[in-house]
Design a protein around this ligand. Structure first.
Ligand code: UDP
Ligand code: MG
Length: 320
């Protein structure tokens, strides 16, 4: 039977913790009763340097339910993405399969069962996807959707309307942990892992208690980080702009020379016009070219794994 670890990053979640912990324990009990996970499955709360009582609550809950409630205390606030990574990498040593979910339970816990079913069908990664966003404010909904579109436009593979609610098998987390990059955007990395994947759909709920820990500034930072960590397209856009400018320079050249011969111009105008466009274009192209190399260096220093071997067939067949 597979041991499940539910990983929950928490930052100043003292209001919602007393609601979430029993709900998540209930999920475990239910799945254990149905024979879908082993009885030693657990919920791992990661305290991301909370300034309130969150850690005390986690400790007390662990004392009450030492086999079901686990905790990781980070020494300071590192942000959701790192807190989640710390939790997943810690959990993978104790379990066969992980599910990550936010502490506020906005993501419907009912679909965890479906995720586990898909895991048993051979999926290593199952994405929780929001089918509707009725309860989100208009602002959150539109900004979030703009974000997914922008990411796609920049060539970053992400799953539309999927945040960080997902199931990952131990070997998927293992491979994920090989991505040693500091600018971490988990949603961009997971689709690179490969393996059999699937989605489950749910309606996003209201926050059970407390306030959002993701203000607009953090959302923008996440979006920028996502794009700049996965795409060097902006650099190519500079190069493209340079080429466009050179073409304009050509058109301006023809126009200015024609004007010059027609005698419609002040002295100096033609050479000035030509220089502005030509030098501008050349400069952009040069910056873009240098940028291409910087982009390559950037990709190299990430030292991402180049492939992920799932299976080897030989006289000693083994599975990773
Ligand atoms: N979170 C975290 N560190 C932070 C900010 C948030 O671990 O610095 C956690 C938070 O406790 C929650 C999850 O990340 O479990 C998502 O945050 P929230 O629900 O506030 O974001 P929203 O759903 O509003 O986008
Ligand atoms: Mg939330």
């Amino acid at each position: 039977m597979d041991r499940l670890g539910i990983v929950v990053p928490c930052y100043n979640e003292e209001e919602v913790f007393p609601i979430s912990a029993p709900v998540l324990r209930g999920v475990l009990d239910d799945l254990v009763a149905k024979g879908k996970i082993s009885a030693d499955s657990f919920v791992l709360f990661v305290n991301d340097g909370s300034k309130d009582n969150t850690w005390d609550l986690i400790e007390k809950e662990h004392e009450k339910y030492p086999t079901q409630i686990f905790g990781v205390k980070l020494a300071g606030n590192v942000g959701h993405q790192y807190a989640l990574t710390a939790g997943l990498i810690t959990a993978k040593d104790f379990c066969d399969v992980t599910v990550s979910i936010d502490a506020d339970l906005q993501d419907d816990v009912k679909v965890i069962e479906e995720m586990i079913d898909k895991f048993h069908d051979g999926c290593d990664i199952v994405y929780g996807v929001r089918s509707e966003r009725k309860t989100d404010t208009f602002f959150k909904r539109t900004t979030a959707q703009a974000f997914y579109k922008l990411m796609a436009g920049m060539g970053v593979k992400t799953v539309y309307n999927h945040a960080d609610y997902r199931l990952m098998s131990r070997r998927a987390v293992e491979q994920f942990s090989q991505y040693g990059e500091t600018n971490l955007f988990i949603r961009g990395i997971v689709p690179l892992l490969g393996y059999k994947t699937d989605c489950v759909y749910y309606q996003r709920l209201e926050r059970a208690a407390g306030e959002s820990k993701y203000p607009l500034s953090k959302m923008l930072a996440l979006a920028f980080n996502g794009i700049s960590s996965f795409s060097i397209k902006p650099i190519s856009m500079i190069l493209g702009a340079g080429v466009v400018m050179l073409f304009i320079a050509l058109a301006v050249a023809i126009y200015s020379i024609v004007q010059y011969f027609l005698g419609h111009v002040e002295p100096g105008w033609t050479s000035l016009m030509l220089s502005i466009w030509f030098i501008g274009g050349m400069q952009l192209i040069s910056i873009g070219l240098v940028g291409q190399y910087i982009g390559k260096v950037y990709i190299e220093v990430k030292h991402r794994p180049r492939y992920n071997i799932e299976k080897v067939l030989s006289d000693e067949t083994k599975e990773n």
